[in-house]
Design a protein around this ligand. Structure first.
Ligand code: PXL
Length: 279
């Protein structure tokens, strides 16, 4: 039977990120991607001004009420950018509705040491509480330090620091955590993860592509979830997602695309399908 993911993220109409990345990436490997749109924006909030923002919090409760009347089989819940503090509670309710689903949470709220435009410190606490209930979390270094109440360090750390942070993230509740945007040597960037069930770390690093490309975390997260649903262990999942992300970034850079408009991942999809196999 086809596996179903429920993806709770915003729709940014222009500037590829969140649902406009999760839908094509998860669908391409044969997964059904059902959506819970958290907000509709004319563009994402990074690098643009004057964007519209329609918070869909009022619709989320009734959507979940309706789903509760259906006999939905849900294999994974993928949460990302949430439109309001209240939605954190609603997502927890969705977690409770589908106890057997893999709860895969990207605590989207910050990057480069800074919270995104729509969020404040109280949201960080709420997101940390949601992560406690998830099975698999994929924060970047900024989000991880915010949730752990530690100062943000953007360079000069070592592998021990990252391993320690991964263990602390798993101690919050999830059995697996992957940190993105990790750099242990100049010119290299990648991700490192920890599986507390097997007590094993996994990582993959590639050449650092200069420039801050919006939506990169969503390209990574969607491809990691695709690989996991295809049966990959953490090591293979991280490698698949880092390769998909970096190869897409190289295409974007070579095309000279404005970095705000997102990553050119579409033409890398055949390689992702080859890596993941049939889900
Ligand atoms: O890619 C993360 C993201 C998702 N959705 C919206 C955003 C951002 C990052 O800025 O603004 C609306």
């Amino acid at each position: 039977m086809q596996k179903r993911i429920l993806a709770a993220h915003d729709i940014s109409c222009v500037g590829k990120c969140s649902l406009t990345v999760a839908l094509p990436v998860l669908s391409a490997v044969g997964l059904e991607c059902s959506v819970l749109p958290t907000a509709v924006l004319s563009t994402h909030t990074g690098g643009f001004t004057g964007y519209t923002f329609r918070d869909l919090t009022e619709d989320v409760g009734p959507i979940l009420d309706h789903w509760a009347t259906l006999d939905l089989k849900v294999d994974a819940i993928y949460t990302g950018y949430l439109g309001s503090f209240e939605q954190l509670r609603l997502v927890e309710r969705m977690f409770e509705m589908y106890p057997d689903a893999l709860k895969f949470t990207d605590p989207v709220m910050a990057d480069n040491g800074k919270l995104y435009a729509a969020f404040d410190r109280s949201f960080v606490k709420g997101m940390a509480a949601l992560c406690e209930k998830a099975d698999y979390i994929i924060p970047n270094l900024t989000e991880a330090t915010l949730m752990l109440g530690e100062p943000y360090v953007d360079s000069g750390y070592d592998e021990g620091y990252i391993r320690d942070m991964l263990k602390k993230l798993c101690a919050m509740g999830p059995s697996r955590a992957v940190l993105t945007g990790v750099s242990l040597e100049p010119g290299k960037l990648g991700a490192m993860g920890y599986d507390s069930g097997t007590d094993r770390f996994a990582s993959c690093f590639r050449e650092k592509i200069d420039g801050y490309y919006h939506g990169t975390g969503d390209v990574f997260g969607s491809s990691l979830l695709a690989a996991i649903m295809g049966g990959a262990d953490m090591e293979k999942g991280i490698k698949t997602a880092v390769d998909f992300t970096v190869n897409s970034l190289i295409r974007t850079k070579n095309a000279g695309t404005d970095i705000r408009y997102g990553v050119e991942f579409e033409r890398e999809i055949p390689n992702l399908i080859a890596a993941v196999g049939t889900v």
